[in-house]
Every structure is written in structure tokens, then in C-alpha cells.
Ligand binder design. Structure first.
Ligand code: ADP
Ligand code: MG
Length: 783
């Protein structure tokens, strides 16, 4: 059934070539016990390894059941070893970290036999060698003879046709040797047994046939077979180890060195810990920043101003250049004795927004679900008087220092009317009610009701009080009661301004007459309010605040006044008689109340989430407009959040880069550990190969090992990082009063686990490839 035809094999080490087999030809019967005798170094083992497919012959042929093996592929050799051959070695070659029964099952494990059949066959084989009671012992708990019985059981378990034994009793005492020989003799009744021995007596006593080797040649054969017997075409079942088997094998191996594996996993998890902690910190800070932004910045309006300013692209670019120079430390100075001129105003691009009635209509039609209030600023000014005791005084609602700007009422554009935003749903008071607590009096009910806004310490600018005509000398506070109910008279332009003979206008000084005119409106300070606790920041300055309806009323009353008509027709300032250009003139008309167009519009989004929708609503308007007609808006909160977000991102990237270095270090470490493991498990590699494991299976075993290390280091790292967030949060809370900053994002955790696993697998890849490439014979010989 087995034929060697002129097989030659030599080994070359350096420039010395040793001929191990020098044209060996042999024919084996289906059932016989062949002993190969010969002095040490005569080529016996080499011959056996060639027969077993463990070593490749250089020339000649090995014919198995009539089939030449000249063209055998790797996988055919693997199957041959797995299915047709059982090896018994002098040094037993059991896998130390597996128990007896698993050792016996290994060959069947490699060929993918179901675990039930496998167990049954293994037990049968162990029973046959008389070891049924020791199946869960480890090899090192057995005597030499017992270990050899396990090896015999392993060789028999898969029911091969050929048993190859290389000096099976070489390491055993005489008594045990006899027992083992009896066992082998028994087996040879149904199989072809080829046994190498240097003990001629044993050979004489047990073997059917003795072949003697000398210097790689056969010198005698006691029972040669001339013609080779033909049998049906030979077919082999492919072997394949599942990844699960590889995993189990590695897990068993790792179990024998728990301490080392734990330390390895711990060391290689340091990178993960670093990155996870940094990510959880930045994640927490990001969240905190976002929350704070939502709390505070959501209250920042989106502003559409008649004059919108943007930093030009060139200015941004030059600032960036400057920054780069500073960072690289190469801030070159100009070498010159001249002063260079540049226009700093060119850094800012001013865009004039044409806020048309159409646009105002467009804004007013915005979805009330996304914008809850809209504020307007207009250039119109109010003419106001108040009776203080017996005296009637001109007053203003502004908080500007009057002493510095004499006649601030008449200074051209300074005193625009900035009302508080009105709710888009029409209830103008609701903005105040929503955001401010009432301290005294009542919330405004009509357009003529005013409120006094104080800050969180009930303070208000002294000038705001002075401008109301209150004598503030030597007083530190005013009772709520003295303020609530205070009345002001809104004077019409026609009463307020007198025409002179030079065709100009002048504020009248007859306050008594103005105050008692029929054409006045009485305004009342109805209440004092303060910002609510849960509102992040005050949006309106402290002082007197009024609704936009009042502004509209002022403009309605002023529109047809004499001074407005006169200013519209004149090409000079109707108060000072200075000649003016078109723009200044329009501003003057607006100042006197002749233009209802707001100077600026402020949109207050319902919440942070709706802001994007508001922005896209504004962008929609610009869609098909020329650049001149586009309406440019300012989103201050975006500018702020871009800045803060950017800072966090920058810091995070730098820190993660640092931590990533340790991840690379751990990658290298895993590579080294796997490499050491390959060296340690060389023998196991040889055994597995002898049992029919493919190269692929060996790679799998080591990949499984790195998989276990990678997965456990990842899980360990994430767990430790997660545990670390607890003390970190405690410390941060003590330092900053911010609660639970460090929060590990589950997505980050999973990503880190995968990255770590991938890197570890890469680190173990090269050593595991090396392991697979090992020559099985040499692997077996290693200790
Ligand atoms: P035996 O088993 O009869 O003692 P071997 O078959 O092991 O002899 O060896 C036959 C010859 O081949 C010896 O001279 C040995 O040194 C040489 N040899 C065997 N294996 C190798 C090898 N891997 N590399 C170099 N020489 C080898
Ligand atoms: Mg030998």
C-alpha cells in the first residue's frame, strides 16, 4: 500500500551537505509490523518523516495506494498526515496545556469531526491503551509509559492506515518498553506499523520484518515485498480548523500563564486608558460647553442691522499668517526707515442691508415655532417731559451720561429707540413676563406702560436715574414705591419744536405749555422687574424699557409733523442749518420719527435647536438675490461657540496624539509577546503540523492568542478608564464645582476597543506568519 521509490534526501547546513537518504526503495504491505534498525545518523528518522509527509523528499517518489505524491499540494500533505498517518514519538510530544482527552482528540479536532463522535473515539482509544481513568489529567501528571500510551491513543484515534513510531520506547525502562511493544504489536494486526528502533532484540521479538539502514541506504530487508499492491483510487478528506477551535486552543494555553497574560494585557491597555480618559474628559467638557451655550447663547439674538460688518477674507488670512509666524518663531521684522500706510477699515467689509418693507414682512412671517420674539431698533427719538415737584424737566430714557453729551436728545443718531423684543404671537408683554420676575407694581399691559429693569443685585446705572430727572446727589438707593407709578409725557414734534425765522427748528423752552398741550401721551412706569434665575443673561440693558408698540406710536405721531416734512424737503440739517448729504439727511428724518424702517432687527430663536432653522429661513431669502440685495445677518452666538468648540477640539487632538504614542508602544509590545509565544510554542506548532494542521491553522492559533490579548487589554483599558472617571470627577468637582465632567461616550469606547483589537492583531500578525512557516520537523525537534 506504501512504496518508496529511489527516495533521496539531503540537508545542507552552511556549505556542508549531509546525505540522509541515498536512494531508498521500499514496499510496505497493508498489515505488517516493520522495524527499521540502524546506527544513529543512518537516516531512519528522516525516512520515517518522509513516509509521514512531515518532511519532503528531494527526489524519487512516495506512492500511497498507487498514487504518486510528486505533485501533492500542501493541503494534500496536511490531509494525508491528518487522515492516514498516526505518529508516535520518542519524546511523546503531547501538548502540555491540554488534558489527556483533548490531546487525543486534537487530530480529529483538526479535521472538524463533531465533538460527540470525537469524544467517543478518543475514549475508545484511551480505553484500548488502558488509560480510561486518567482522561482529565494533564500530561505532566503522568509517567513516561502513560504518556507514551496517550501518544499511541492519539495516533490511533482518527483510525489511520499507517502508524509511524520513532523509537517509541527510547525513553522508557525495560518493563514499560515491553508493555508498549505489546500494544504496538496488537495494533499492527490491523494496520501498517513502521517503527524505528536501535534495539535489535525488541525488533527480533516483535516485528514481522526488519529493515536495516546504514548511511542512508538499506543494507538488509528480512521480508521484502517485490510487487506493489494496487488499491482503489486514493482520496483524502480535507482538514480545517475552525477559528473557535483556535481560540479554545489559545485560551487553554493562556490559562497556563494567567499572570503573564494579565500583565501583558494591563501594560498594553495603558494607551487605551489614556485615550479613553482624554476622550471622556473632552466629551464631558464639550457637553458642558454645549449645555452652557444652549443656556446662555440661545438668548443671543440673530441680528440684522442696516450696516452689517464682516471681517474680510484677506484680514482673516493675514491674521492666520501672523499666527503661523508666531508659532514657528519666525516673526521677521521689516528692515526699513519708512512708515507704511494701510487702511485698517479695509479689514472690515461693511454691507448695507436694504431692509425693505418686503423683508420686514418676510421676517414677520417666520414660523412662531422657531422664533418666539423679534426686537427692533429704530433711530426715532422721543420727546419726553416729567413733572418733578413743581418743575417740569426734559428727560430721556437713556443711561448715557448727560453731562458729557450736552443735548443728547438732539445729537443726531445716538439715541435710537431700542424697545424690548415683542412676542411674535402678538402679546408684547410676554417677553418681559417670560424672562423677568416682577419685584413691584405690575407687568406692562399697554403700549404706554414702561418697566424699570434692575440687575440681579437690584442695581441700575445712576445716569439712567439722573436722566429721568431724579436728584441723585448724596443718595444710594431709591424705594421701589417712589419709582412705580412715575409718569412721563410724550410731546409731539409740533409742540416740541418751534420754527424760527431762518426756516430752521429749535426745541422750545416753554415746558409748561408743552406739558399742558392737548396733543400728549402719558407714559407710566408700571413695574420694576429683574431677570429670572433660569435665564442665562440679561438681554436688555438695565434701565427703562418699553415695547415696540410704543416706538411705533411715536413714529406714527411724528410722521406728519412739520419738522419731518421740512427735513424731508431740505438739503440741510433743519436744526443746525449745516448742509448734509443724502445719507445723513435720511438719518435725520428717521431721527425725527419720519421713517418707520427699523435700523436693526433682532430674532430670538425659541431654543438652541431651532436656531439652524432660523438661519436657513434667512438664507432662503438670499437664495436668488444679487450680492447687493442680500441681507447679511450676524450670529454672535455662533462666533462664540465656534471659538470655544475649536479650542476644545485642538486640545483634544494634541492629547489624543500623545496617548496614541503609548498605543503604538503597546502594539510593539504585543508583537514581541506574540513572538516570544511563538518561540515557546514551537514544539506545539510541530505537533499540530504532524497531526495535520495547515499553515493557516497555525496562523489562526496565534491570531487567536493575540485576539484574546487584544480583546482583554481593550476591555481592561476601557474598564479602568471608566473607573478612573470617578476619582477624576471628584477632583474636578472640588476644583471647579463642575459635576461629572468626565463621561465616556459608549461610541468612543466601542471604537477604541475595535482600534485596539485591530492594532494588536497587526502586532501579532508577523510572528504568527513566522510560526506558520516553521518547518514541522525542526519545530518538533525544538525543546
Ligand atoms: P537517525 O534517525 O538514523 O539517527 P536521522 O535521519 O535523524 O538519523 O539523520 C540522518 C542524517 O541527516 C544525520 O547525519 C543527521 O545529522 C542529518 N540530519 C537530519 N536532520 C537534519 C537537519 N534538519 N539538518 C541537517 N542535518 C540533518
Ligand atoms: Mg532518529
Amino acid at each position: 500500500m506504501l512504496t518508496l521509490k529511489n527516495v533521496k534526501k539531503s540537508y545542507t547546513t552552511g556549505d556542508f551537505t549531509q546525505v540522509a537518504l541515498d536512494g531508498v526503495s521500499l514496499n510496505f504491505r497493508e498489515n505488517e509490523f516493520v522495524a527499521i534498525l540502524g546506527p544513529s545518523g543512518s537516516g531512519k528518522t528522516t525516512c520515517l518523516n518522509v513516509i509521514g509527509g512531515l518532511d519532503k523528499y528531494d527526489s524519487g517518489d512516495l506512492i500511497i495506494n498507487g498514487k504518486s505524491t510528486k505533485e501533492f499540494s500542501d493541503s494534500e500533505w496536511d490531509s494525508y498526515r491528518n487522515n492516514s498517518v498516526g505518529f508516535i514519538f520518542q519524546s511523546y510530544n503531547l501538548i502540555g496545556h491540554l488534558d489527556i482527552v483533548s490531546n487525543v482528540e486534537m487530530g480529529m479536532t483538526l479535521s472538524g469531526i463533531s465533538s460527540k463522535i470525537k469524544r467517543q473515539k478518543a475514549l475508545e482509544a484511551l480505553e484500548r491503551v488502558g488509560l480510561k481513568n486518567h482522561i482529565h489529567k494533564k500530561p505532566n501528571q503522568l509517567s513516561g509509559g502513560q504518556m507514551q500510551r496517550v501518544a499511541i491513543a492519539r495516533a490511533l484515534a482518527n483510525d489511520p492506515e499507517i502508524i509511524l513510531a520513532d523509537e517509541p520506547t527510547g525513553a522508557l525502562d525495560t518493563k514499560t518498553s515491553v508493555q508498549i511493544m505489546e500494544l504496538i504489536k496488537e495494533i499492527s494486526k490491523e494496520k501498517l506499523v513502521i517503527m524505528v528502533t536501535h534495539n535489535p532484540e525488541l525488533a527480533e521479538d516483535y516485528a514481522d520484518r526488519i529493515v536495516e539502514f546504514r548511511d542512508g541506504n538499506i543494507v538488509s530487508d528480512s521480508n521484502p515485498l517485490k510487487s506493489e499492491t494496487k488499491k482503489e483510487e486514493y482520496s483524502l478528506k480535507k482538514t480545517s480548523m475552525s477559528f473557535f477551535t483556535a481560540l479554545k486552543l489559545s485560551a487553554m494555553n493562556i490559562k497556563t500563564k494567567k499572570g503573564r497574560t494579565f500583565l501583558t494585557a494591563l501594560a498594553s491597555s495603558i494607551g487605551i486608558i489614556g485615550i479613553a480618559v482624554i476622550l471622556s474628559l473632552s466629551n464631558g467638557f464639550d457637553k458642558k460647553i454645549a449645555e452652557t451655550q444652549e443656556d446662555t447663547l440661545s438668548e443671543y439674538p440673530i441680528t440684522i442691522s442696516r450696516q452689517a460688518q464682516e471681517i474680510s477674507k484677506e484680514a482673516i488670512e493675514s491674521r492666520r499668517e501672523e499666527m503661523k509666524k508666531k508659532l514657528s518663531g519666525s516673526s521677521e521684522k521689516v528692515d526699513s526707515d519708512e512708515v507704511y500706510l494701510y487702511d485698517s477699515s479695509e479689514d472690515m467689509i461693511t454691507h448695507t442691508n436694504n431692509i425693505s418693507d418686503d423683508y420686514i414682512e418676510y421676517i414677520k412671517n417666520i414660523d412662531p415655532e422657531i422664533v418666539d420674539s423679534i426686537g427692533y431698533t429704530r433711530i426715532a427719538s422721543m420727546n419726553l417731559l416729567r413733572k418733578v415737584g413743581d418743575e417740569i424737566k426734559p428727560i430721556t430714557f437713556s443711561a448715557d451720561d448727560k453731562s458729557n453729551s450736552n443735548s443728547s436728545q438732539h445729537s443726531q443718531m445716538s439715541s435710537g429707540l431700542a424697545s424690548y423684543p415683542s412676542s411674535i404671537k402678538g402679546d408684547s408683554a410676554s417677553f418681559i413676563e417670560k424672562n423677568y420676575d416682577l419685584l413691584e407694581g405690575e407687568y406692562p399691559k399697554s403700549e404706554t406702560d414702561l418697566v424699570l429693569i434692575v440687575d440681579s443685585d437690584n442695581r441700575v446705572d445712576v445716569n439712567a436715574m439722573k436722566n429721568l430727572g431724579i436728584d441723585t446727589t448724596d443718595i444710594e438707593s431709591i424705594k421701589f414705591k417712589d419709582l412705580v407709578g412715575m409718569e412721563f409725557k410724550l410731546i409731539s414734534n409740533n409742540d416740541y419744536y418751534e420754527k424760527t425765522q431762518f426756516n430752521t427748528y429749535m426745541p422750545s423752552s416753554d415746558y409748561e405749555k408743552m406739558y399742558n398741550s392737548n396733543d400728549t401721551v402719558t407714559l407710566t412706569l408700571s413695574g420694576i422687574v429683574r431677570i429670572k434665575d433660569d435665564v442665562g443673561m440679561s438681554l436688555i440693558n438695565e434701565g427703562i424699557a418699553y415695547s415696540d408698540d410704543l416706538t411705533e406710536l411715536v413714529i406714527e405721531r411724528a410722521k406728519e409733523s412739520d419738522i419731518v416734512k421740512a427735513q424731508k424737503d431740505a438739503d440741510y440739517n433743519v436744526i443746525t442749518r449745516e448742509s448734509v448729504d443724502e445719507e445723513t439727511k435720511n438719518n435725520l428724518v428717521a431721527h425725527f420719527g419720519g421713517d418707520a424702517t427699523p435700523y436693526a432687527i433682532m430674532l430670538y430663536p425659541t431654543s438652541f435647536e431651532e436656531k439652524d432653522q432660523v438661519i436657513s429661513y434667512l438664507d432662503d431669502y438670499n437664495e436668488d438675490k444679487s450680492s447687493e440685495d442680500k441681507i447679511v445677518y450676524t450670529d454672535l452666538s455662533k462666533t462664540i461657540s465656534d471659538m470655544t468648540g475649536g479650542i476644545m477640539d485642538g486640545i483634544t487632538i494634541v492629547l489624543v496624539a500623545f496617548a496614541a504614542t503609548s498605543l503604538v508602544v503597546s502594539l510593539i509590545m504585543v508583537g514581541i509577546i506574540t513572538y516570544i509565544s511563538v518561540l515557546e510554542r514551537t514544539k506545539e506548532i510541530g505537533i499540530l503540523r504532524a497531526l495535520g494542521a495547515r499553515k493557516k491553522d497555525i496562523t489562526r492559533v496565534f491570531n487567536a492568542e493575540t485576539f484574546i490579548i487584544g480583546a482583554s487589554s481593550g476591555i481592561l483599558g476601557i474598564s479602568i478608564a471608566w473607573l478612573l472617571t470617578i476619582p477624576i470627577n471628584n477632583i474636578l468637582y472640588k476644583m471647579t464645582d463642575l459635576e461629572s465632567i468626565a463621561k465616556l461616550n459608549p461610541v468612543h469606547a466601542v471604537a477604541l476597543l475595535l482600534i485596539n483589537l485591530t492594532l494588536t492583531m497587526i502586532g501579532g500578525w508577523i510572528p504568527s506568519k513566522m510560526a506558520a512557516r516553521k518547518n514541522p520537523v525542526e519545530a518538533l525537534r525544538s525543546e
